[in-house]
Design a protein around this ligand. Structure first.
Ligand code: NAD
Length: 257
C-alpha cells in the first residue's frame, strides 16, 4: 500500500543530507516515486550531489518559497518535464536567528512577517500552484512539517511556534478546500532532530536531552522515522486521512512530567 510506482512528487526543503525533506525524498523514491527536488539558492550543490544517490535521477529546480514567481515556474517545469504531480512535500521554514534567542516579547514586526511568510504562507502558495496538476491525475496528497512548539512553549522556539500554529491551521483549511478534488493535506509534527534549521534555535541540544529523558520511548526520533511516517501519509495507505497533524516524537507529547 505504500508503493509509489508511477507516482510523481515535488519535494521542497532539502538543504543537506540531514534535512527531514531529504529523508522523505528517500523514503518515497525507494518505493518507486519519481521526484522533483527544489533548493533554495545556496544549497544547489548539496541538492545536486544528493540527487545522484537516488535510483531514478530527480528533476532539480531552484525555488525560493517567498516568491510566487519561483513557485509558479518550479511547478510549471514539473508539469512540462514530469507530466503531473501526485504529491507535494513542504519542508521549508525560516526565522531570523535573533527571533530564536531573544525574549519572545522582543519579536520584531519584520521578523514575525518573515517567519510567517516563509514557514506558513508558503504552504498555501505551493498548494495553489500544485493542486491543478494533482486534480488532473484524479487527486493527490500534500504534506508539511510542524513541531509541538505550535501548541506548547519551548525555550527560544518563539515566533516559529506561532508560525507552526498558523501552518497547522493552514493544513486544516487547505484540507477542507481541496478535499472535494480528492487532494489530502496533512502535517507531521516531528520530534527534535539535529538539522541546520534546528541548530539555529538557541539551546536546541537541551530540548533533545529532555525528550531523551521523558519520551515514553526514552529516545529521540531520527529523520528516517519521519520519512517512513511521511511515506505512509503520502501513499494510498493514508488515503482516508486529511487535515491531520500526525505526531512522530517517540511519544513525548503525551507526557505531563
Ligand atoms: P533544514 O534546515 O534541513 O530544512 C529547512 C529548509 O527550509 C532548508 O532546505 C531551507 O533551504 C528551506 N528554506 C528556508 N527558507 C526558504 C525559502 N525562502 N525558500 C525555499 N526554501 C527555504 O531543517 P529541517 O529540520 O529538515 O526542517 C524541515 C522542516 O521540518 C521545517 O519546517 C522545520 O521547522 C520542521 N521541523 C524540524 C524539526 C527539527 O527538530 N529538525 C522538528 C519539527 C519540525
Amino acid at each position: 500500500m505504500t508503493d509509489f510506482t508511477g507516482k510523481i512528487g515535488l519535494v521542497v526543503g532539502v538543504a543537506n543530507k540531514r534535512s527531514i525533506a531529504w529523508a522523505i525524498a528517500q523514503a518515497t523514491a525507494v518505493r518507486g516515486a519519481r521526484l522533483a527536488l527544489t533548493y533554495q539558492g545556496r544549497f544547489e550543490e548539496n541538492v545536486q550531489e544528493l540527487s545522484a544517490g537516488l535510483a531514478t535521477s530527480p528533476l532539480v529546480l531552484p525555488c525560493d518559497v517567498a516568491s510566487d514567481d519561483d513557485i509558479t515556474s518550479a511547478v510549471a517545469r514539473v508539469e512540462q518535464e514530469l507530466g503531473g504531480l501526485d504529491f507535494v512535500v513542504h519542508g521549508a521554514a525560516f526565522a531570523r536567528k535573533e527571533e530564536l534567542s531573544e525574549p519572545f516579547v522582543n519579536t520584531t514586526r519584520e521578523g514575525f512577517r518573515l517567519a510567517m511568510d516563509i514557514s506558513a504562507y508558503s504552504l498555501i502558495a505551493l498548494a495553489r500552484a500544485a493542486s491543478p496538476l494533482m486534480e488532473k491525475r484524479g487527486g493527490g496528497s500534500i504534506m508539511t512539517l510542524s513541531y509541538l512548539g505550535s501548541e506548547r512553549v519551548f525555550p527560544n522556539y518563539n515566533v516559529m511556534g506561532v508560525a507552526k500554529a498558523a501552518l497547522e491551521a493552514n493544513v486544516r483549511y487547505l484540507a477542507a478546500d481541496l478535499g472535494p478534488k480528492n487532494i489530502r493535506v496533512n502535517a507531521i509534527s516531528a520530534g527534535p532532530i539535529k538539522t541546520i534549521s534546528a541548530m539555529g534555535i538557541s539551546g536546541f541540544s537541551s530540548i533533545l536531552n529532555v525528550y531523551r529523558e521523558r519520551a515514553p520511548l526514552r529516545r529521540n526520533v531520527d529523520a528516517t522515522e519521519v520519512g517512513e511516517a511521511a511515506a505512509f501519509l503520502l501513499s494510498d495507505a493514508g488515503r482516508g486521512i486529511s487535515g491531520e497533524v500526525l505526531i512522530v516524537d517517540a511519544g513525548f507529547h503525551v507526557t505531563g512530567m
